[in-house]
Design a protein around this ligand. Structure first.
Ligand code: ASP
Length: 348
């Protein structure tokens, strides 16, 4: 009896010691002995390049991936020319800009806000939910109250340009969760081949920044932030603030994030699925492909008219993406990748 007690105590102590540095004692087998690419940061879409640069400022100094992804996604959140994330995001059908965001670190800590109004940096509010509350997700008025209590100032996020687009939409008020299907052949400018809302200027009517990063210490984090589908029903929440759907990080295995029609991603708990497939040995691209294929299997007809893209990185810094329709791309920045844009392969 005495021996058994000793043994149990020793086992518990060594397990605790192994997890003290935040790195699990169960390292993924395929990581052992291989040289990981780190630091590295990856983001969805072309606007991910500017975000990657901000993240790199943190990573290149040996900073933490969590700080890098927060700093990175704050760039499109504050960009008045980006109408799908943060400030100047397209509003809902009632003219209200409501933001969704989440963040997750290498320890499995996570925080999220949904349907948050009046605060540009939804990602920083999500981080504070993670760090300052016993909760993971705050929504709507509660999220705003919390943000104000943390010193954020109430702002008007609806810019004249976004309002103009909304007023244009109001003429018909046709609520269809349509999305742009992009032309993959752009370089700096995204051209859309599908613009049913006839939106002026920048015609994206959705597109999230999802960012995943590995820091010099080999730890992963991710962040995801969006204003969601343009002209959505008030109160609609997409995949982006939902841990496991829009973002998932597992420090043993890798991280994944998504963009596109959130309802489809939620149905398959997409980002978690991608990470679990990588745990089983799938490459990042194959894991993303399998997730996209499941969306198609659920409803092939519906999938034909939708865009969804997944982006994933594994613990070794290998990365890949896959999407339903041509046009999804991602930006990669590391010591070997000069913030290049890579086209995701597509199902259709
Ligand atoms: N996934 C986002 C949402 O459904 C939109 C997007 O990424 O395009 O709200």
């Amino acid at each position: 009896m005495q021996d058994r007690r000793h043994f149990l105590k020793a086992a518990a102590l060594s397990a605790a010691a192994l997890s003290l540095d935040g790195v699990s004692s169960h390292a993924a087998p395929y990581v052992k002995g291989s040289k990981a690419i780190k630091p590295i940061v990856l983001s969805t879409w072309d606007f991910g390049r500017a975000a990657n640069l901000a993240a790199w400022e943190v990573l290149k100094k040996g900073g933490r991936a969590l700080d890098a992804v927060e700093a990175g996604v704050k760039v499109p959140e504050a960009d008045p020319n980006n109408h799908t994330v943060g400030y100047s995001g397209y509003p809902d059908r009632d003219g209200r800009v409501t933001l969704d965001a989440c963040i997750m670190d290498e320890l499995g800590n996570c925080g999220s806000v949904a349907a948050l109004e009046h605060i540009t940096h939804a990602i920083s509010v999500a981080r504070l939910v993670m760090e300052k509350t016993p909760h993971i997700m705050l929504v709507g008025d509660g999220a705003l109250q919390f943000a104000l209590s943390q010193g954020f100032k109430k702002e008007n996020l609806l810019t004249p340009e976004s309002e103009k687009a909304w007023r244009e939409w109001l003429k018909k008020s046709e609520y269809k969760p349509v999305m742009n299907i992009e032309n993959s052949s752009y370089s700096t400018e995204k051209e859309t081949t599908f613009n049913p809302l006839k939106l002026p200027g920048n015609v994206y009517n959705h597109d999230t920044i999802g960012m995943v990063a590995i820091d010099a210490a080999g730890n992963l984090s991710g962040a995801c932030t969006t204003s969601g589908m343009a002209f959505k029903l008030h109160g609609r929440v997409g995949d982006s603030p939902i841990i496991g759907a829009g973002l998932y990080v597992d420090n043993e295995v890798g991280a994944a994030t998504s963009t596109g029609v959130g309802e489809e991603v939620i149905r398959i708990v997409g980002s978690h699925l991608v990470v679990e497939l990588m745990r089983q040995g799938y490459s990042p691209e194959k894991a993303c492909k399998e997730a996209v294929t499941r969306i198609v299997k659920k409803n092939p007809e519906r999938a034909k008219g939708l865009q969804v893209g997944f982006l994933a990185v594994n613990k070794k810094g290998e990365h890949g993406a896959y999407c339903l329709q041509k046009g999804f791309n991602y930006a990669v920045l590391s010591n070997d990748s000069n913030n290049v844009l890579i086209d995701g392969k597509s199902y259709f």
